[in-house]
Design a protein around this ligand. Structure first.
Ligand code: PRT
Length: 107
């Protein structure tokens, strides 16, 4: 897993018990799961709009920015359940192994 994801997931875990007045992530947890899901939905929509704009303009800066917001809020949601990026990467790795694509790519 990337260093950034590892370090970010450690900070997100700590923020579950932090003061909501001093931390954006703690303030989301204090508002509850529905608020976190609302943010995931918002960032998902903003990512779709950025992708449509990029198709027209050829500029991808906003796609990167909005996808980072989407990943971030998804990580906050996962941390609520004691999950982190390693759990998702493990699942993706399992699917990749099942597909046999790693062997085909090596040929
Ligand atoms: N990576 C991020 C990150 N990405 C996005 N955001 C916040 O996510 C929000 C994005 O929502 P919007 O674009 O809708 O902006 P907004 O209008 O301010 O949000 P709302 O008022 O609608 O909730 C912004 O407030 C951003 O600041 C993030 N906030 C924090 N982090 C990381 O999380 C760590 C913990 O953050 P704190 O909890 O603030 O200490 C930090 O060290 C950062 O590394």
């Amino acid at each position: 897993m990337s260093d950034v994801l590892t370090q970010l997931s450690t900070v997100l875990e700590a923020r579950k018990a932090a003061d909501p007045d001093s931390s954006y992530v703690a303030s989301l947890h204090a508002k509850g799961l529905n608020k976190i899901l609302e943010k995931v939905g918002e960032e998902c929509t903003e990512t779709l709009i950025a992708a449509k704009d990029a198709e027209r303009s050829g500029k991808t800066d906003e796609v990167i920015y909005e996808t980072a917001d989407l990943w971030f809020h998804t990580l906050v949601m996962l941390s609520r359940f004691g999950l982190g990026p390693d759990d998702i990467l493990e699942e993706l790795g399992r699917r990749f192994d099942l597909s046999g694509l790693d062997e085909k790519a090596a040929r």
